[in-house]
Design a protein around this ligand. Structure first.
Ligand SMILES: Nc1nc2c(ncn2[C@@H]2O[C@H](COP(=O)(O)OP(=O)(O)O)[C@@H](O)[C@H]2O)c(=O)[nH]1
Ligand SMILES: [Mg+2]
Length: 225
């Protein structure tokens, strides 16, 4: 069993909103969720939606490869110097929750080399439903699930579904084909999360990532205030 140690010991690094040089550091937003739910696709869409107004960088976590970073590079969502890959080895959740040093190094390195930055998106590697980010690594987290993974996932709960700052239910375009009941997913998510927000989206639709991008803008406004 893995415990979240972020409450022990010294204050998490991210509790300090300023860099050593006194500038405000970037808001760090984590994206977690099961393999294939659409995290990389959401990161790519967010970069496209926000890159003209904001200075953005991305850290990807892959188990053995740099696939996600390679995808973002191939699709030219950001200049290459703004994308860093962390190879996590067999335990992807450890790198975002327990031993966050490689990820912290990546975000700090990005701020040093391409900063000043407004926003750093950190995509986790392949998780199960229990993986959440340490509060020492990110300021806010998005948990991405998809309708094809089964419409009982919100009901099953787990810390990602119940506590993430934003729950994204992706691939709503596939619901008719896989027999997922979106109303039921919405009701179960509400029951698990209370007032915490949930966005249903399809990246194949015209609206795409717009509501998640709006949520990120709200987080940034609160961060800057
Ligand atoms: N139909 C559909 N496919 C999607 C959507 N979002 C992502 N995908 C596809 O789902 C697959 C996995 O997405 P990816 O972002 O790599 O998932 P990750 O493992 O969570 O990073 C890719 O083939 C995407 O093109 C969506 O909204 N609708
Ligand atoms: Mg990915």
């Amino acid at each position: 069993m893995h415990l979240d140690h972020s409450h022990d010991g010294p204050a998490p690094v991210s509790a300090d909103a300023h860099r050593p040089d006194g500038r405000r550091r970037a808001l760090r937003v984590g994206l977690g969720g099961p393999v294939g739910s659409g995290k990389t696709a959401t990161v790519a869409a967010l970069c496209r939606a926000l890159r003209d107004q904001l200075s953005i960088a991305v850290v990807t976590n892959d188990i053995y490869t740099r696939e996600d970073a390679a995808f973002l590079l191939r699709n030219a969502v950001l200049p290459p110097e703004r994308i860093q890959a962390v190879e996590t080895g067999a335990c992807p959740h450890t790198a975002i929750r327990d031993d966050i040093s490689a990820n912290l190094e990546a975000v700090e390195d990005l701020e040093d080399t391409v900063g000043p930055l407004d926003l750093i998106l950190v995509e986790s590697g392949g998780d199960n439903l229990t993986a959440t980010f340490s509060k020492g690594l990110v300021d806010a987290q998005i948990f991405v699930i998809d309708v094809a993974g089964g419409d009982d996932i919100p009901r099953k709960g787990g810390p990602g579904v119940t506590t993430a700052d934003l729950l994204v239910v992706n691939k709503t375009d596939l619901a008719p084909y896989v027999g997922s009941d979106l109303a039921r997913m919405a009701g179960d998510a509400k029951e698990q999360r209370g007032e915490l927000p949930v966005v249903f989206q399809s990246l194949r639709s015209d609206e795409g990532v717009a509501r998640v991008a709006g949520w990120v803008r709200e987080q940034l406004a609160a961060w800057a205030a």
